[in-house]
Design a protein around this ligand. Sequence first.
Ligand code: PGA
Length: 249
Amino acid sequence: MKKPIIAGNWKMYKTPAETAAFFEAFRPMVAEVTHCEIVICTPFTNLDAAVRAADGSNVAIGAQNLYWGREGARTGEVSGYMLQAVGCRYVVVGHSERRQFFGETDATVLKRTLAALEYGLTPIVCLGEHLDERESGRTEAVLSDQFEGGLAALTPEQFAEVVIAYEPVWAIGTGRSATPDMANETHRFIRGKIAAKFGAAQAAATRILYGGSVNPANASTLMAEAEIDGGLVGGASLEPESFTRLVNY
Ligand code: PGA
């Protein structure tokens, strides 16, 4: 049985002290949760505080990016080796904000995904179309390209460890979520790509999270869709109460 994942993406928010305060409130509220995996992806500077605060709990910690390679002359970068050493278990790869503002491409998504796998981290690989692409009927072509360029080169064994997040760019941070129908249909398309490349059994087993303005009010209808296996949540993951409501969708 594949377990849904509710993952928070804190983006560039919170200090270590704020991270500790979050977990102090959040941990007891979700202590009994077994129906889903809970992940919180923090800025690099909070990973150590988050791992310590979540130690012994049912909350796993993730990063929001990584560099390929183990160590070296790459000023400003952080590797999978380092993330593993700090106690991270997940890492977001190819978020649209990285594609948009930091030159991420499908080729670098592939390198980062491979690096995550090499160091035992579960990559949460993000795919998604821009508004003009959706409106001009190019959603499937865009997702196809992202899948082919970023994931299709993995071996079946490698792909089995990957989590996918479908995040329509126009829905991120806008309050305008995709409708459950629209998200479900797009997830089905992505699952079809997985089936064609890695087989039907793998397609059924892969978790595809939806992200983009998920909040406590819309989570249950989104998560009720057959093709949606969890959520990647930005804004609504920052407060313990709202993220607990999401975890308990
Ligand atoms: P949002 O962000 O929930 O604030 O829309 C989602 C994301 O960027 O992962």
